[in-house]
Write a new protein. Structure first.
Length: 307
């Protein structure tokens, strides 16, 4: 069990290092889905491994063993996990759960505040123009998703740049990008090691919307210059955390990507990523198997049963 747990934690660290690099080699829509899926798998795997390690110690307390019908002495004798690492693992699980709860509540509160602020505004289809001099544009998640653009930003852009901006934000709305970002952010809250991969997912989400905007207006360079223009206008403006905005992610990487040819499909990279996910799940499965065997061996014999 201990060896499988260590391999599992090493696999998570390895994934966190490789994912941001691999995301740059894939089409942004594919990168978003694979990186968020990888983050979810890694976060769940890490918490599961730590929880199993912690439970090998918690289960040795008499009142817990009584409920589980196993022998605390037998479990203590057979357990390959010393008490102090198991206790640390339990603390890490509690911290992870608390972190994801606080992060989720903060994101939901920001989202509710945005919806309340936009409730009384008149929408034209999915578009809401906010009478505000501050230059900003963002989309709120579905259901009841809206593209919110300030009048200050619309006035600062020419008609072609406005078309880029609206196409970008409508892509966020159409593909539910806010939920992809939220999922990635929650995995980073569970396991801080996954923060670089979560940032890579955020950039991939923005690149996905950039590519949609480039196809809509037929000019990649125009999209790049519009991004730079919006970023310059927003230099001193802070946006709500729960929304998806036009200048999110790694802006420099997004502009470089737009000045290059459209991304190609790379089936070998995708296949390799899926294979890595499958291999990365093996240590958690091994921990589950050895944990079940450990507790089965420690079970008390049923009254009247002869050995």
């Amino acid at each position: 069990m201990t060896a499988a747990a260590i391999l599992g934690l090493i696999a998570i660290i390895g994934y966190a290092l490789v994912a941001p690099v691999a995301a740059r080699w894939m089409a942004p829509s594919v990168a978003t889905k694979l990186v968020v899926a990888g983050n979810l798998l890694s976060a769940a795997s890490g918490v599961f491994i730590l929880a199993v390690l912690a439970f090998t110690w918690i289960a040795q307390f008499p009142f817990v063993a009584e409920e589980g019908a196993w022998s605390p002495a037998a479990l203590h004798s057979d357990s390959p996990v010393p008490a102090w690492p198991a206790a640390i693992a339990g603390c890490l699980v509690l911290l992870a759960l608390l972190s994801v709860l606080v992060t989720g509540l903060r994101q939901m509160r920001a989202l509710v505040e945005v919806h309340r602020a936009c409730r009384g505004l008149t929408a034209v289809g999915d578009l809401v123009v906010l009478d505000d001099e501050r230059p900003d544009a963002f989309s709120t998640p579905q259901p009841a998703g809206r593209v919110i653009v300030t009048s200050g930003l619309l006035r600062a852009l020419d008609p072609r740049q406005r078309a880029v901006l609206l196409a970008h934000e409508k892509s966020h709305l159409l593909h539910h990008h806010a939920w992809w970002n939220l999922a990635a952010g929650l995995t980073a809250a569970v396991n801080p090691v996954l923060r670089p991969a979560a940032r890579a997912a955020a950039t991939a989400v923005e690149r996905w919307a950039d590519e949609d905007a480039a196809r809509a207006v037929g000019d990649r360079r125009l999209v790049a210059t519009t991004l730079v223009r919006v970023a310059q206008l927003q230099t001193r403006f802070v946006r709500p955390d729960a929304v998806v905005a036009a200048t999110g992610g790694d802006l420099e990487a997004r502009v470089r990507a737009l000045l290059a040819p459209p991304p190609r499909r790379r089936p070998l990279v995708i296949a390799a990523a899926i294979a890595v996910f499958a291999v990365g799940a093996l240590p958690a499965a091994a921990v589950q198997h050895t944990g079940e065997a450990l507790f089965e061996h420690a079970e008390r014999p049923v009254a009247g049963q002869h050995t």
